[in-house]
Design a protein around this ligand. Structure first.
Ligand code: PMV
Length: 318
């Protein structure tokens, strides 16, 4: 039995748009924080007489097995097959997976689940061929399964561009993640579809330049420990991505009135304190907050004082 675990990540400079779909090559560089408490665990059990691989939910105490549709489990196994071919893995396997976070916690599990599957393939190679596949090589392979998964191989930060993902270090670390849960229903437009659609927006012109510019602004803000500047850049960046969605032809979007109410709460917190959390959104309705380590008490109070907002703190996990 082979096992591997991988964390999820949240992008502050967003990957949106691809120049190549087969390799998931991003149109612009992105930067993410690795959410090491939010993990996927994958087990691969060799099957002696099977003609193909299969996927099953992994049942483990305190872990939640994903409820994969046929389409999703087919995609997962197709990608595992691709990994087997690229790495020269022999035999077929029963793949089991589970997350230590609930499917409705507002985090996409594709980053951690594809990263963990690629890592388990690395474990099989280690055993079958007594050779070690490097983290950067595995990250590059994982990118083909799900683009954002290649950032989950590094921590605390990762930067990913058309050449691949690398680890990054800034004076900013030990952040506390919260998700304001606004909706958990299945998305009408998947992120794969969003990547395709955004190129139809007139605002897509100049998008790569804007993302690059913000990346350098954010790095400057982190290096200079200018948290307010970091907040402004991260805020502008998710609005840019959501504006691309809303100005696509035809338009689509993820925000609802609860999202806007949550964003308003974050803004008024900043106004009141002159300080607050970084705030971002993925291709979904939920709002993600990242607090500095010295803001922990604030983070918990922010959640407690607003029972109408369903705030899920990373501390509640594991
Ligand atoms: O890896 P994908 O294809 O699920 O794309 C993820 C895209 C966003 O989550 C919206 C942004 C990002 O950089 O993670």
């Amino acid at each position: 039995m082979y096992t591997a675990e991988a964390p999820s990540n949240i992008a502050l400079i967003k990957y949106m748009g691809k120049t190549d779909t087969a390799s998931n090559t991003p149109t612009n560089p992105s930067l993410s924080y690795t959410l090491k408490h939010f993990r996927t665990r994958v087990e691969a059990e060799p099957l002696s007489n099977a003609e193909s691989d299969c996927w099953e939910p992994l049942t483990l105490e305190r872990w939640t097995a994903p409820d994969l549709s046929q389409k999703s489990s087919d995609r997962y196994l197709r990608f595992f097959n691709q990994l087997k071919q690229e790495l020269g893995i022999r035999g077929n396997f029963r793949i089991r997976s589970a997350n230590n976070f609930a499917p409705d916690c507002g985090l996409a599990s594709s980053a951690s689940s594809f990263a963990a599957l690629t890592m388990v393939a690395g474990e099989i190679v280690r055993e079958q061929k007594s050779s070690l596949v490097g983290r950067d090589v595995l990250a590059k392979m994982s990118q083909k399964g799900s683009g954002s998964s290649c950032r989950s191989f590094f921590e605390p930060w990762s930067i990913w561009d058309e050449y691949g993902s690398v680890p990054a270090e800034f004076p900013v670390k030990g952040l506390l993640h919260q998700a304001i849960m606004v909706g958990s229903e299945k998305k009408e437009i998947s992120s794969s579809e969003a990547h395709k659609r955004v190129v139809s927006s007139l605002n897509f012109n100049g998008r790569a330049e804007r993302a690059r510019e913000r990346m350098s602004q954010l790095i400057d803000a982190f290096q200079g420990e200018n948290w307010e500047q970091a907040f402004a850049v991260v805020w502008a960046e998710f609005w840019d991505m959501h504006s691309l969605f809303e100005t696509s032809m035809p338009p689509f979007g993820y925000m609802n009135e609860h999202t806007l109410a949550a964003l308003a709460e974050v803004k008024s917190f900043w106004k009141e304190h002159g300080d607050g959390p970084l705030c971002t959104m993925d291709a979904g309705p939920n709002v993600h907050l990242l607090w500095r380590d010295d803001q922990r008490a604030w983070a918990l109070k922010f959640a407690q004082d607003r029972p109408n907002l369903k705030v899920l703190s990373e501390e509640a996990i594991g």
